[in-house]
Design a binder for this molecule. Structure first.
Ligand code: SAH
Length: 284
């Protein structure tokens, strides 16, 4: 193995040379910024998505995996944006690029498929147990699942209308008449930094004695983890002129609040709203 012996000698020389000529403190600076490696010190880290062999049958599933990763990352980016900007900024974002809405909802559906129970289904059940003559406003309706599953007249509101029945607007300013609905629903939709203005708008359109139903991600209400205190949130809603009828805290993934609007309420001028922690999804 003559060749092997030679190589070892050359490498040994080079090492000794650099050690002798550089003081330890200068060693780093004297190296060229990008020095060609003599040999890779370690094999390159393997990506978790292995590229297929060329022409292999697996190449389409490889591409699917990559596409999945990219759209997952894109979803998380849009999601983070929606939790950290105002409703009007979110509206501008989707107006500029309505396709983002589809990316967001594809990712949202994927996340929800891992939840044992969907809050929208609990709200649908609740509506089915009450009079179907009640007019509903679904604030942040997404793909209008609620409207599609009940007999009630439903005003479905979202930033983008991916169905002709949906009213596209920022829900802090809806075209609905004052005191025109019996039930206002926010199902995982109190996303913007100005979420209290959505609740003020719901209060405007809700009839006296109307219902306000709010489902939100549990982690947003975990005071030990930077989330809001659910009692403080309820207090703030009550100051708007509501009675807290029920707090359903039994679900692992979300909380459900049921409020009833008072027949006559003296509006409180200043309400201190707790901050609702942004709900950021982890990479799967
Ligand atoms: N309620 C639906 C969708 C929840 S996803 C369901 O439970 O399946 C949250 C939705 O709220 C998204 O579709 C988002 O576009 C919408 N949303 C967030 N901020 C909004 C705003 N300011 N105005 C209107 N819709 C908003």
């Amino acid at each position: 193995m003559a060749g092997e012996g030679k190589r070892r000698t050359r490498r040994g020389k080079r090492k000794r040379h650099s050690r002798n000529n550089a003081s330890p403190s200068l060693q780093k600076e004297e190296q060229p910024p990008i020095s060609p490696p003599l040999r890779p010190s370690r094999p390159p880290k393997r990506s978790r998505v292995e590229p297929p062999a060329p022409n292999s049958m697996a190449s389409s599933s490889f591409l699917d995996k990559i596409r999945g990763r990219l759209s997952g990352a894109h979803f998380r980016m849009i999601n983070e944006k929606l939790y950290t900007c105002s409703g009007s900024e979110a509206l501008d974002l989707f107006k500029k690029d309505p396709e983002l809405f589809d990316v967001y909802h594809a990712g949202y559906q994927e996340q929800m498929s891992h939840w044992p129970e969907q809050p929208v289904n609990i709200i649908i059940k609740w509506l089915k147990n009450h009079s179907s003559s009640m007019v509903v406003a679904d604030f942040g309706c997404g793909s209008a699942t609620l409207a599609k599953n009940v007999k009630n007249k439903v005003f479905s509101i979202d930033l983008v209308a991916n169905d002709p029945s949906v009213i596209a607007c920022d829900m802090s300013h809806t075209p609905l008449d004052s005191s025109s609905v019996d039930v206002a629903v926010f199902c995982l939709s109190l996303m913007g930094t100005n979420f209290s203005s959505y609740l003020q708008e719901a209060n405007r359109v809700l009839k006296p004695c109307g219902w306000l139903l709010i489902a939100e991600v549990r982690s947003r209400f975990d005071p030990n983890n930077g989330g809001a205190d659910p009692d403080k949130f309820c207090e703030a809603v009550c100051k708007l002129g509501y009675t807290s009828v029920l707090k359903d805290l039994k679900n692992k993934m979300f909380l459900l609040f049921y409020f009833k609007k008072k027949e006559k309420a003296a509006p409180v001028k200043y309400i201190e709203w707790p901050e609702l922690k942004a709900c950021l999804y982890k990479r799967r």
